[in-house]
Design a protein around this ligand. Structure first.
Ligand SMILES: [Zn+2]
Length: 260
């Protein structure tokens, strides 16, 4: 599933390609037909995101809420677009660009009040300028979860997925099994700051980068590797084995020595 940096980048790309334009909206697959009919011919005002949720905002207070889930994908075409490929739920045709949305988990026409309610159920998104870490910290202190579970709880922190969780906790040298209530404020601060920096870097480069330039680390076979612990066998710091285990159907990776 795409993590928050991808959705943030998508929102900014789609805004640049389509916002401020009168759009034609279609549902070649048919499942979004009546909504598309109601939107077609009106102006797309803005596209924004929160965590893994995307909001297309049309004139007259109409919002399309999109959650890609595991299989959802956008494709971009220069106009004129080709025949739709696969089951295209929503096609938005702007002046020069067309985007097709296939296979989303959610794609619903909602009101701004409903969009606000969705935002209300989500936690702070570290990539957003207006994110408030104090809100997260006050909830972390009262949480009974482990920090590993808390970072994937979209109602607490929105946008972090499995790869960022593993990497951020390793960089901060914090074990995923530590209880939230046992974290110090400076440990939380380092987790938050890493989240902000790494998600922004990921959005800028359009891929997950957690090993910083000049910080390059090699695998046992000598090749440069992309991650510190995520899907790795050997810790880049102490060279011992990376542990991995299941929690809520996701695999956690950590070095028991460095993140002791
Ligand atoms: Zn280690």
């Amino acid at each position: 599933m795409p993590e928050g940096h991808t959705i943030f980048r998508m929102a900014s790309d789609h805004r640049r390609w389509l916002a401020g334009q009168t759009t034609i909206v279609l549902s070649p697959q048919g499942r979004f037909q009546s909504e598309a009919d109601r939107l077609s011919g009106s102006k797309l005002v803005d596209v924004d995101s929160h965590g893994k949720h995307l909001f297309y905002r049309w004139s007259d207070n109409r919002v399309v809420h999109i959650h890609l889930g595991l299989y959802g994908k956008f494709k971009k075409y220069e106009n004129p677009p080709p025949q739709p490929r696969g089951a295209v739920r929503m096609r938005v045709i702007g002046r020069e660009i067309t985007v097709d949305l296939n296979g989303p988990n959610q794609c619903d026409l909602i009101s701004p009040a409903e969009a606000l309610a969705i935002r209300g159920r989500l936690g702070e998104d570290p990539i957003k300028e207006d994110a408030d870490p104090e809100k997260v910290w006050s909830r972390i202190q009262r949480s009974r979860k482990t920090i590993g579970a808390a970072l994937l709880d979209q109602g607490l922190v929105a946008g972090i997925g499995n790869i960022y969780r593993a990497e951020i906790l390793f960089i901060c040298r914090i074990n995923p099994e530590r209880l939230c209530s046992e974290l110090t404020s400076s440990e939380f601060e380092s987790i938050w700051n890493e989240s902000v920096q790494l998600l922004r870097l990921g959005a800028e480069k359009n891929r997950i980068i957690t090993v910083r330039a000049g910080d390059s680390i090699s695998a046992p076979d000598g090749k440069l590797r992309r991650f510190h612990v995520y899907k790795q066998s050997e810790c880049p710091a102490c060279r011992r084995s990376i542990f991995y285990w299941q929690s809520a159907n996701r695999t956690i990776y950590a070095c028991d020595v460095c993140q002791g």
